[in-house]
Design a protein around this ligand. Sequence first.
Ligand code: NAI
Ligand code: MG
Length: 356
Amino acid sequence: MARKYRIAVVPGDGIGKETVPEGLRVLDAAARKFGFELTLDHFDWSCETYKETGRMMPEDGLEQLRPADSIFLGAVGWPGVPDHISLWGLLIPMRRGFDQYVSLRPCRLMPGVRTPLAGRTPAEIDFYVVRENTEGEYSSVGGRMFEGTDREFVSQQSVLTRTGTDRILRYAFELAMTRPRKKVTSATKSNGITFTMPYWDERFAAMAAQYPEVKTDQFHIDILCAQFVQHPDWFDVVVGSNLFGDILSDLGPAVAGSIGIAPSANINPEKTYPSMFEPVHGSAPDIAGKGICNPIGQIWSGAMMLEHLGEKQAADAIVKAIETLLAEGGPRTRDLGGQASTVDLGKALAEAVAAG
Ligand code: NAI
Ligand code: MG
């Protein structure tokens, strides 16, 4: 019997409505080629839903998504709805409600794509950023008091639990074990943040002791940002807390070139809940509706989804098709200096996957 997966599809706003169909086109080609079935459930939740109903998704939205094996998301956010409303109304509930504690972003310079770093080749920019996605600096512990008076103060606490710290570190080491270089870099700031970050360092050292084959190093977040720019070739798997990981997971894809091609995953590794796969970019209101956006970030996110579902061969075939298209002068969208449409790229990649 064919392997079957149930996918919740949420195109969201703006170019999400254009990239998701191309992502699905390529996923469909991969499913046919590699002999599995995808059952799609479509959810049209977006900022329009918010304007109509006052909510980004229905009250039981998470329950509706819960039966899915994975969620395939476009982008969320649109002018007229404040970003914190769209973010906290749809994306954050999924990440937290489904305990997607790993935010994973491959940072790979693809052949034929220009990096803003002079003189770097694809072999020199190929690493992952692993971000803790549920706790740390982005806790809800804190408050504001004596508002409007001289005594006014605000506070927001970082919360690192042993469970939360160890599971993200373990994920990073396990990921490194699957890679040829087997190296993990820790983002820290234990010189300035003197309780939580020394604790992070301690847990990192304890985890490293369990993986003698994995090489490790650590940098304070400030110099680490500089090293991403100066020495991207030093890195293989980079792990950070929620805030540091957030910073690195925008910087990483930026050094790897176009925002239009960068993919990301929000993963619940135990598969207790559905994981979510989405491009790094947002809804791009400036180019939405024109059919010119780059669908590669979405399509590559689909490959990450298939890898998570256990369809590694199909995932590799999609990434290979992307590499070949970019290396061999296939159609390109405007962000990569071409004239091709979103649909042209989707079709070219679907055909490449089908042809194998
Ligand atoms: P953005 O990523 O939507 O756009 C930034 C720039 O990159 C724009 O000039 C855009 O045209 C270009 N761009 C983005 N994706 C592209 C693609 N696939 N092909 C070609 N060019 C592309 O970021 P921005 O403008 O800061 O945010 C717009 C909206 O998206 C906001 O409401 C924001 O909150 C939301 N957003 C949502 C995210 C998500 O759903 N995870 C992530 C980032 C932003
Ligand atoms: Mg960010």
